[in-house]
Write a protein that binds this ligand. Structure first.
Ligand code: PGA
Length: 257
């Protein structure tokens, strides 16, 4: 794992943005795996800025979102499709047909399998953006998810439902089922860029980076991935005991580049 610890959420987003831009410059027809949640919003804002300046184009890009709530139409303001339109897709030159989400309004069991099939038709994900839950989830792979899992229906933990309640009105229906890419699906991405900011993520970051490989912290599966870039702010890094080494290794890496 490459661990980059930086001052604040803006520099986290900037570094993640540099990774995406470099990927798209090297391969304009890249397949991107995308995440929702509050963390990647600034990254998407920066991508839109770079697009408006003409530095990056999405015409040939395919995107696959990690997950979607079962039972929410794509026009529902809390659906992840709606979120992505609002924060990214409506502002860039992506072709609508190249945007992919799990199909959550039909037969969800076969929809999960179909998602894997479409992913393999485009030869898998080049760069996967991830956030991380306070409980160590990535996508909606909650603790005790199989480390080899593929796209499937998942029941959210009460902790995740609670953490996401802020996005829903008080009397609004909040789903507790979702289709999510599996941990095995995420592990097939050729490069994973995980972002985390704020002290609430510090325990999950510690467990993911320095803890044991275990299904109780699903993100720890990334210890087995050959190319992971973890970009975090000071607050999210606060519980890392080998902090000095990560800073030193990053400086050495920059010298090499
Ligand atoms: P957040 O969610 O970015 O809103 O903290 C991250 C996640 O649950 O994966």
């Amino acid at each position: 794992m490459k661990i980059i610890i930086t001052n604040n959420s803006h520099s986290v987003a900037e570094i993640a943005c540099d990774n995406v831009v470099a990927q798209l410059k090297a391969k304009p027809f890249s397949v991107l795996g995308l995440a929702t949640g509050s963390t990647p919003i600034t990254l998407y804002e920066k991508l839109i800025e770079r697009h408006k300046k003409g530095e990056v184009h999405f015409k040939e890009v395919h995107t696959f979102n990690l997950d979607e709530y079962i039972g929410l139409e794509e026009t529902h303001p809390q659906s992840y499709r709606f979120f992505m339109d609002r924060y990214l897709f409506n502002h860039i030159d992506i072709q609508r047909d190249n945007i992919h989400f799990p199909e959550v309004m039909s037969d969800v069991l076969s929809a999960a399998k179909d998602y894997e099939a479409i992913l393999s038709d485009v030869n898998g994900i080049d760069l996967q953006i991830l956030g991380i839950g306070q409980n160590g989830h990535i996508g909606f792979n909650e603790p005790y998810s199989s480390l080899g899992s593929r796209t499937r229906v998942k029941t959210l933990t009460r902790n995740t439902v609670e953490a996401n309640r802020r996005f829903f009105d008080e009397d609004e229906y909040q789903p507790h089922l979702a289709i999510t890419m599996g941990l095995g699906t995420i592990m097939d991405a050729r490069h994973v860029v995980l972002l985390a900011t704020g002290e609430s993520k510090a325990p999950a970051i510690r467990d993911m980076v320095e803890g044991a490989l275990t299904a109780s912290c699903p993100a720890s599966v990334l210890q087995m991935h050959a190319k992971v870039t973890v970009v975090i702010d000071e607050a999210a890094a606060a519980l890392l005991s080998d902090r000095d080494y990560f800073d030193w290794a990053h400086k050495e890496q920059l010298r090499l580049e």
